[in-house]
Design a protein around this ligand. Structure first.
Ligand code: SF4
Ligand code: SF4
Length: 193
């Protein structure tokens, strides 16, 4: 068959504007709707790149779960940041007002965030446990993170200025102050007035 005839036999695909396509989700008039996960033609043009991004996201989520597990703080992974624990208020003897910030810092192993939110002042009394809607053992989680933070400071994983600020603003509890101040001075830190 000649090539011209074959071209004539090809089925013609009629292009339908998105707004008039009954198979596409409806949107308000004048609003262009993107449905990236339901419409194949809207997906990334490079499937390999798409997969790499998905693997990256999966690895980041897995890391979020594995790191606290490794340090015995698995419970922190359950926190869904509802912030109900902020109701602890004056029941916290260490005047910690943002317990959820500490829980998230434990989950992500964010030492700076833990220190800046007074985590090293926690005395593990457990008063905040009763305010957690998931009944997480916050005192136990904060205690383990406190020990991990002190280790991280000694290993040089915490920026020096973060430690210095914490020392000068009284953000380090008596359980940790001696060893951390000694480490600070041994690295050339100023003498506390
Ligand atoms: S366990 Fe720590 S954060 Fe919770 S109330 Fe006691 S001192 Fe405050
Ligand atoms: S109440 Fe519990 S679940 Fe909610 S933010 Fe606080 S620690 Fe997380």
């Amino acid at each position: 068959m000649p090539e011209d005839d074959r071209d004539k036999e090809k089925p013609r695909v009629k292009w339908i504007p998105r707004s008039r396509d009954a198979d596409k989700p409806a949107a308000l008039p004048g609003i262009h709707r993107y449905a990236s996960f339901t419409n194949l033609s809207d997906r990334m043009t490079t499937p390999a790149l798409n997969r790499a991004v998905m693997v990256g996201i999966g690895a980041a989520v897995a890391l979020d779960v594995l790191r606290p597990i490794a340090l015995g703080m698995f419970d922190a992974a359950y926190c869904y940041e509802c912030r109900a624990c902020y109701a602890t208020l004056e029941n916290c003897p260490a005047s910690i007002t943002f317990q959820a910030e500490l829980t998230v810092a434990c989950r992500t192993m964010d030492y700076r965030r833990f220190i800046n939110n007074r985590g090293l002042l926690c005395i593990r009394c457990g008063n905040c446990n009763g305010f957690c809607v998931l009944h997480l053992d916050l005192a136990g989680i904060f205690g383990k993170m406190g020990l991990a933070t002190a280790r991280a400071v000694r290993a040089g994983k915490v920026p020096f200025d973060v430690l210095e600020r914490a020392l000068y603003e009284g953000l380090i509890g008596r359980e940790y102050i001696d060893e951390l101040y000694e480490w600070y001075r041994s690295r050339g830190g100023r003498r506390l007035a």
